[in-house]
Design a protein around this ligand. Structure first.
Ligand SMILES: NC(=O)C1=CN([C@@H]2O[C@H](COP(=O)(O)OP(=O)(O)OC[C@H]3O[C@@H](n4cnc5c(N)ncnc54)[C@H](O)[C@@H]3O)[C@@H](O)[C@H]2O)C=CC1
Ligand SMILES: O=C(O)CCC(=O)C(=O)O
Length: 409
């Protein structure tokens, strides 16, 4: 697909990690039938082998598209992350190869927020430990250390889509909500933004993390931050495993400094359901451990399947990059009897004039043109009325700064 787009049945789509059937249905309905489907992530060697033949790939959080893996993706034009997080994809390497990346930024937001509400209620009542005791034949009937949510202070770290949903749900339970975010945010309801992470950690009964994995969030909860939490606080992390030091959390739980925790994401997660899960939190009765299922509800997965598949279809059919994670957003309406050319380039001055000169020098009539740029990348969709696409393409590829140029139809 580096030159002229293929017939739909030749476009190879690799779907990994059991993305929902709704994605397959949407792709089939749009005429894409050449789909290889895997229920799990692939080992790196296998992934490299498969990605070298794929034009599109769909994945969730387990598949690591590193620079090395992407260096083999010579036919790939788009990546669909069937989830919110895109940290598993090296976005710079993808952009450098002219590969557009999409995700589903809101489809599982509610699922994560609901799980956290459930976890904080169970932890405030000491249910995980009482449940574990019952399973062993014990009977811990006591109100000691058991609390209602009403009036408790919830601290949300990262007040984005999930953090704000959680804030609204928690207030409806009568909780007092505060949040810490690097950006000044409009507080919903009666929530309050605090000035420092320390202020949040030292004042809250429950602390819940909802930040993305970035350089600034890596290990943002280390031993020092755990020691700043209130005695008896509850710690929840359903964001990313790289954000918190679980040895420090385990130490504080064992010492009785934290009263409970719920953790859904881990620095190293098993690649499949057959691999052993290893964590310093294993065996602690006051900890709810879940296998990265914060966003795993039937509703969320079905919606994600449709949303991301549609984005891939729109890109494949007409070159639309609306809501892409790494590309300038372009949507040019299709016109009958026209040919469409896509040009991805480094954002340098003069590229557009060089492209236009190619068309005027060759007497090719441009009937539609839309260029948008990000700081580093330019993406242009252009319609021409004559059948001179192939001729123009050869010259377009020589324009300095070109990353990818192809005739779409
Ligand atoms: N456990 C699971 O299954 C799921 C986990 N997630 C994780 O949750 C994360 C958050 O999701 P959304 O709320 O949709 O993202 P979002 O992008 O809407 O919100 C993230 C918020 O974190 C803030 N932030 C970034 N760096 C920060 C820092 N250093 N300190 C404080 N705040 C910071 C941002 O300003 C933003 O307000 C995702 O990136 C993903 O990693 C998302 C869905 C499912
Ligand atoms: O569904 C998954 O595999 C991961 C969900 C998640 O963490 C996300 O949406 O960012």
């Amino acid at each position: 697909m580096s030159n002229t787009s293929l017939d739909k049945d030749k476009i190879k789509i690799l779907l990994l990690e059991g993305v929902h059937q709704s994605a397959l249905d949407a792709l089939h309905a749009a005429g894409y039938t050449n789909i290889e489907y895997h229920k799990t992530a692939l080992a790196e060697d296998d992934l490299i082998d498969k990605i070298s033949e794929a034009h599109f790939i769909g994945l969730r959080s387990r598949t690591q598209l590193t620079e090395k893996v992407l260096s083999h993706a010579n036919k790939l034009v788009a990546i669909g992350c069937f989830c919110i997080g895109t940290n598993q994809v090296n976005l710079d390497a993808a952009s450098e190869k002219g590969i557009v990346v999409f995700n589903a930024p809101f489809s599982n937001t509610r699922s994560v927020a609901e799980l956290v509400i459930g976890q904080l209620i169970l932890l405030l009542r000491g249910i995980p430990a009482k449940n574990a005791a019952c399973h062993r034949g014990g009977w811990m009937k006591s109100a000691v250390g058991s609390f209602e949510t009403r009036g408790k202070r919830l601290g949300i770290i990262g007040y984005g889509s999930i953090g704000t949903q959680l804030s609204v749900l928690a207030e409806s339970l009568g909780m007092d909500v505060c949040f810490y975010d690097i950006v000044t945010k409009l507080p919903l309801g009666n929530a309050q933004q605090v000035k420092s992470l320390k202020e949040l950690l030292s004042s809250c009964d429950i602390i819940s993390l909802h930040v993305p994995e970035t350089a600034s969030t890596k290990m943002m909860i280390g031993a020092k931050e755990v020691s700043q939490m209130k005695k008896g606080a509850i710690f929840i992390n359903a964001s990313r495993g790289t954000v918190a030091d679980l040895d420090a959390v385990a130490g504080a739980l064992k010492a009785g400094d934290l009263s409970g925790a719920a953790v859904d994401v881990f620095p190293v997660e098993p690649k499949s359901n057959n691999e052993e899960f290893v964590s310093p939190l294993r065996g602690l009765d006051n900890v709810i451990l879940t296998p990265h299922i914060g966003g795993s509800t039937m509703e969320a997965q079905e919606n994600i399947g449709v949303e991301v598949a549609e984005k891939l279809i729109q890109y494949s059919d007409v070159g639309t990059t609306i809501a892409s994670v790494n590309f300038p957003e372009v949507a040019l309406p299709s016109q009958a009897d026209n040919h469409r050319i896509l040009h991805v380039h480094h954002n340098r001055p003069g590229v557009l004039s060089k492209i236009n000169a190619i068309f005027s020098d060759n007497n090719i009539n441009i009937t539609g043109q839309y260029l948008r740029t990000t700081e580093t990348l330019g993406y242009m969709v252009m319609d021409v009325s004559s059948d001179a696409g192939e001729l123009a393409l050869e010259k377009l590829k020589d324009v300095e700064g070109t990353i990818k140029a192809r005739v779409l139809f």
